[in-house]
Design a protein. Structure first.
Length: 145
């Protein structure tokens, strides 16, 4: 068989189509994790989230997060904790939604999360609470070693 320019073009097209098919198969098999399941709806309500964050900023120093060998402790100042109606603590893992943890806020202002519920890596701790119908939220980054 003689190798000429037509054969070269045919080989190039076959290799190009094989590479494109391999890339498409690779892209389809990737796991896509949005930050939230209702990502787009949350984007519409972003102005409300900005109001919650600005209202909460004065309480940033009243929420303390500490990592110990037996787990994680989230402490809220006792005066603030006495005014809270309800709340949750969310450990958001940006790299894997399967490692997210949600627990109710402790009644006395202290929430303990056992070490077996968290793994090593970066978390965003979101402490969310309500006082007389107004929502408050504090976010803190934490790295568990």
């Amino acid at each position: 068989m003689k190798f000429n320019w037509g054969t070269g073009i045919a080989i190039f097209l076959v290799l190009f189509l094989a590479a494109a098919a391999a890339f498409i198969i690779f892209a389809v098999n990737q796991d896509v994790n949005l930050v939230h399941k209702d990502y787009y709806e949350k984007g519409v309500d972003y102005s409300e989230q900005m109001k919650v964050e600005s209202r909460s900023e004065i309480f940033r120093d009243k929420v303390q997060v500490s990592v110990k060998t037996d787990g994680m402790s989230i402490s809220i100042d006792s005066l603030l904790a006495s005014t809270i109606d309800s709340g949750t603590v969310i450990l958001f893992r940006p790299s894997d939604k399967m490692l997210d943890v949600t627990v109710p806020l402790g009644k006395n202002g202290v929430t303990l999360i056992p070490a077996d519920k968290v793994s090593m890596g970066r978390y965003i701790v979101k402490v969310n609470w309500f006082v007389s119908g107004a929502e408050y939220e504090i976010k803190k980054d934490i790295n568990i070693q």
